[in-house]
Design a protein around this ligand. Structure first.
Ligand code: NAD
Length: 270
């Protein structure tokens, strides 16, 4: 596969519209990767952004870059998550968008045969219990407003099996996907939409470093991507902005794949 023949990302090439003026968005994991790109994108569309992260330096920097508000939160802690949405409401007067995105993918979560209970539980807590807590604590605000868009970050691995297993991660994302669907159905008539965002592999610093060290590992994955490259965080953020805005007013309880065609592919182009 020659790099020169592959289409490059055109993320950021289109002028951004202002679909989110007057809306307040809470983003977890805002300090890095997809959360950081979404912070920039939602703010550029006019939203007030509340940046939540366990990493104070990264979260604060993200908030400062968009004149938003930083709240240090461990998303596995119910009281801290409740306080996060309370701060958003007290600061801006509404909570219109919840992008429940914080997640981890640690190295000790691997094949089921080698993954211990500690790693299993840690990943379930950060990736799945956190989404339960965020939804539980934001829904009452949205019910009162009779309006809201909740976007929970799942993954393409929630719909596809991989021989390169990260067993707890995959199971956690399957949980996020089905929980989002159920909530989308339950609260639809109260003006609240809940969707599961399922990104394909994203070109984050961690992934870049890993694949630079181990090109074979990258090639093993890239062969399955019809587009022939990984996503840029800005391309995932563009989907988040769509799901957050009224442009997606009839998109609900969806498995919203942004994966370059991976889930639709059998044989990919050479
Ligand atoms: P990232 O590591 O770049 O950013 C995650 C952020 O979450 C970090 O800022 C981190 O400090 C924060 N965080 C971690 N644990 C936390 C906790 N307990 N409380 C609060 N904040 C916490 O990750 P990313 O690649 O941007 O991934 C974001 C989401 O997208 C995750 O849910 C991930 O599983 C999912 N995802 C990523 C990819 C990918 O290829 N990067 C693909 C599909 C899905």
């Amino acid at each position: 596969m020659s790099d020169q023949t592959l289409p490059v990302s055109s993320a950021g090439a289109t002028p951004v519209c202002r679909r989110l003026v007057g809306r307040t968005a809470v983003i977890t994991g805002a300090g890095s990767g997809i959360g950081l790109a979404a912070t920039r994108r939602l703010a550029s569309e006019g939203a007030n952004v509340v940046c939540a992260d366990i990493d104070a330096a990264a979260g604060k920097a993200a908030a400062e870059a968009v004149s938003g508000t930083f709240v240090q939160v461990d998303v596995t802690d119910s009281d801290q998550v409740a306080a996060l949405f309370e701060t958003a409401y007290d600061t801006y007067g509404s909570v219109d968008i919840a992008f429940n995105n914080a997640g981890i993918s640690p190295a000790d979560d691997d094949s089921i045969l080698t993954t211990g209970l500690d790693a299993w539980k840690r990943v379930q807590e950060v990736n799945l219990t956190s989404v339960y807590l965020c939804c539980k604590h934001v829904l009452p605000y949205m019910q009162r407003q009779r309006r809201g868009s909740i976007i929970n970050t799942a993954s393409f691995v929630a719909v596809l099996g991989a021989a390169t297993s990260q067993i707890s991660y995959t199971a956690s994302k399957g949980g996020v996907l089905s929980m989002s669907r159920e909530l989308g159905v339950q609260f639809a008539r109260e003006g609240i939409r809940v969707n599961a965002l399922c990104p394909g592999p994203v070109n984050t610093p961690l992934l870049k470093e890993l694949f630079a060290k181990d090109p074979e590992r990258a090639a093993r994955r890239l062969v399955h991507v019809p587009v022939g490259r990984f996503a840029e965080p800005e391309e995932i953020a563009a989907a988040v902005a769509f799901l957050a805005s009224d442009d997606s007013s009839f998109v609900n309880a969806a498995e919203f794949l942004v994966d370059g065609g991976i889930a639709g592919a059998y044989v990919t182009p050479v």
